[in-house]
Design a protein around this ligand. Structure first.
Ligand code: ADP
Ligand code: MG
Length: 568
């Protein structure tokens, strides 16, 4: 080539970044290291928001919940083998919860890995990721980066959303190609999650079954929250007049204070309903698989709305399956119902609201106690009011008792404002989800955490301070797991479920320049949380909870296997 005519070049680094930007992916949740440190730097220089975490699992949980909140795949970027494995837990979690997410990990040289010659961080990452996610791809040539990312995006968001693994070997980043050809190789994904229109026959069948019900119930799941069809869902529920029960992350689709909300009458409606319409909720363990004691004696018919055909009949017979995306299905319901829909028998709706009012009244005085150290209800009464006054705030919630009790006590008013442990009931989502929630929405975040749950992601308080995020973490500190009172009778080691007594988690936040507060009464807690909501400063409140408060495994103690030999 003559001097001055040398062609412009691009490389793997730039193609990955250009492909992400072309597809509107403007945030990456990452932990830097070989071989992706420069990718993160260059992505940041190119205008992508690159958020660096202290551990890949937390970056991964951030990416997953970003996917849930935005309907775009959340991207997590990690180093090879150990970093990849740390991120993989979150990828599996995203897949289980139907959150769209892409885990991009750098990997070692194929030639060496495949001959098992002991490369730096050698691992066949693609093979390991495959069973734990919805799809897994590897890109070996720079000219395939565009198509590789397009496949990953489409796989993550279309149909039932889930996690996708994208393997990028170290060598790929340095590969050079002609810049024009590079640009042409990129793919902008058109209509990544096409509408899935339900068949008219399935819509009619479902409405006929609902119409014939004497004691109907609608259960809204997090798929309904994900769908972002908030207005259609509200119209449908109100038009139907049917009591609705929100699963935990569907709380706020309609306010928990809505007259049709049966949240506070859960056991009654599950037992006594005769027709149950599931909208974006699975009949998994969280709903006792649709059978057994929880569901009572009366024969029950299930209608199910889901994008995934194979979800139908997974646990019990579904008499009216409606396969489609929730926005399309619920719009079709609204149209087909027309103006002449008759509300369910007043006897039923009255019974549900009476039960609900009874239960709310029973709870009310517990929430107003001013005990010190606090019990769960005294502390939660305060936080219930905080969310009432700040309905746009996002509530992140994990723990055992802290989760189960907060879910019941704290009313939600708007969709996608409650982010919790999801389908696995996993501990560790806290700080990752809080960070992504703050970044993706710009809203204040209140993270209500058991002391044990917090420990899984606690180091990310540094990340919260570094990015100066409006996150208020409240730690329900009862000195341990379930309770802080267990005693080891065999030797001087602490019991397996207890932590350092009187620990001061608030000091962790202070170490990084945030606000730390120790609160030992509901009044102190109230003052500190209100101040945090007002200032928007990173805040951690150590809420001192009576170590004797709390029960084994919260509400799911029945899942613990029991030894027949050792009586408790
Ligand atoms: P929950 O735990 O709240 O009951 P699940 O995660 O068990 O919720 O169920 C969510 C369901 O929603 C999944 O079966 C998933 O296939 C479905 N889903 C997710 N997004 C959509 C959508 N846009 N349209 C229809 N169904 C969806
Ligand atoms: Mg605890």
């Amino acid at each position: 080539e003559a001097p001055g005519t040398e062609q412009e070049l691009t490389d793997g680094f730039h193609l990955v970044i250009d492909a992400l930007k072309l597809n509107g992916i403007n945030t990456i949740y990452n932990v830097p290291g070989i071989p992706i440190t420069d990718l993160g730097r260059m992505a940041q220089a190119a205008g992508i928001r690159v958020i660096s975490f202290r551990h890949e699992q937390n970056a991964g949980y951030a990416a997953g919940i970003a996917g849930f909140l935005t309907k775009k795949p959340g991207v997590c970027l990690t180093v090879s083998a150990p970093g990849f494995l740390n991120g993989l837990t979150a990828l599996a979690h995203a897949t289980t919860n139907c959150y769209p997410m892409i885990l991009i990990s750098g990997s070692s040289e194929r030639e060496i890995v495949d001959l098992q010659q002991g490369d730096y961080e050698e691992m066949d990452q693609l093979a390991i990721a495959k069973p734990l996610c919805k799809a897994a791809y590897r890109v070996l040539h720079a000219q395939d980066i565009g198509i590789g990312l397009a496949r990953a995006i489409r796989a993550a968001v279309s149909g039932r959303p889930g996690g996708v693994y994208l393997d990028l070997p170290a060598k790929l980043f340095g590969q050079v190609m002609n810049a024009d050809a590079g640009e042409k190789s990129l793919v902008k994904v058109i209509d990544a999650a096409p509408a899935q229109i339900p068949s008219p026959a399935s819509v009619k069948r479902a409405l006929d079954v609902l119409k014939g019900a004497k004691r109907p119930l609608i259960i809204l799941g997090k798929g309904a929250a994900y769908a972002q069809a908030d207005e259609e869902i509200k119209t449908f529920v109100e038009k139907s007049g049917v009591p609705f029960l929100p699963m935990s992350m569907a709380k706020g689709l309609l306010p928990d204070t809505h007259p049709q909300c049966a949240g506070a009458a859960r056991s009654t409606v599950l037992k006594e309903s005769d027709v149950v319409m599931l909208i974006g909720a699975r009949l998994n363990w969280l709903l006792s698989h649709g059978k057994g004691k929880t569901w009572g004696e009366a024969p029950k018919k299930f209608i199910q709305v889901d994008i995934e055909p194979r979800e139908m009949d997974s646990n019990v017979e579904i008499v009216a399956p409606v396969v489609g995306d929730i926005g399309s299905v619920v719009s079709a319901f609204n149209q087909a119902m027309g103006a002449g829909w008759t509300a369910p028998p007043a006897e039923w709706t009255k019974a549900v609201s009476t039960k609900r009012e009874e239960n709310v009244a029973k709870m009310a005085p517990k929430l107003m106690n001013n005990k010190s150290p606090m019990d769960y209800h005294g502390a939660l009464g305060v936080l219930k009011n905080v969310i009432k006054e700040h309905p746009d705030a996002i509530l992140v919630n994990e723990g055992a008792n802290t989760l189960d009790l907060a879910r019941g006590v704290i009313d939600m008013y708007k969709p996608r404002k409650r982010l919790d442990v999801g389908t696995w009931g996993v501990m560790g989502i806290g700080m990752g989800q809080a960070i992504a929630a703050a970044l993706e929405t710009g809203n204040p975040v209140l993270a209500v955490e058991g002391d044990s749950a917090f420990g899984f992601s606690g180091m990310e308080v540094e990340t919260i301070c570094r990015y100066n995020l409006p996150i208020c973490v409240v730690i329900f500190n009862n000195d341990g797991i379930y309770r802080g009172t267990d005693v080891n009778s065999a030797n001087s080691d602490p019991a397996t479920t207890v932590f350092v007594k009187g620990a001061r988690y608030d000091k962790m936040m202070e170490a990084f320049g945030g606000v730390g507060v120790n609160a030992s009464s509901p009044d102190e807690l109230k003052r500190a949380v209100n101040e945090a909501m007002k200032s928007g400063k990173p805040t951690l409140i150590n809420a001192v909870i009576d170590p004797a408060a709390g029960s084994e495994s919260g509400r799911i103690g029945n899942l613990n296997p029991q030894s027949v030999l050792q009586k408790k």
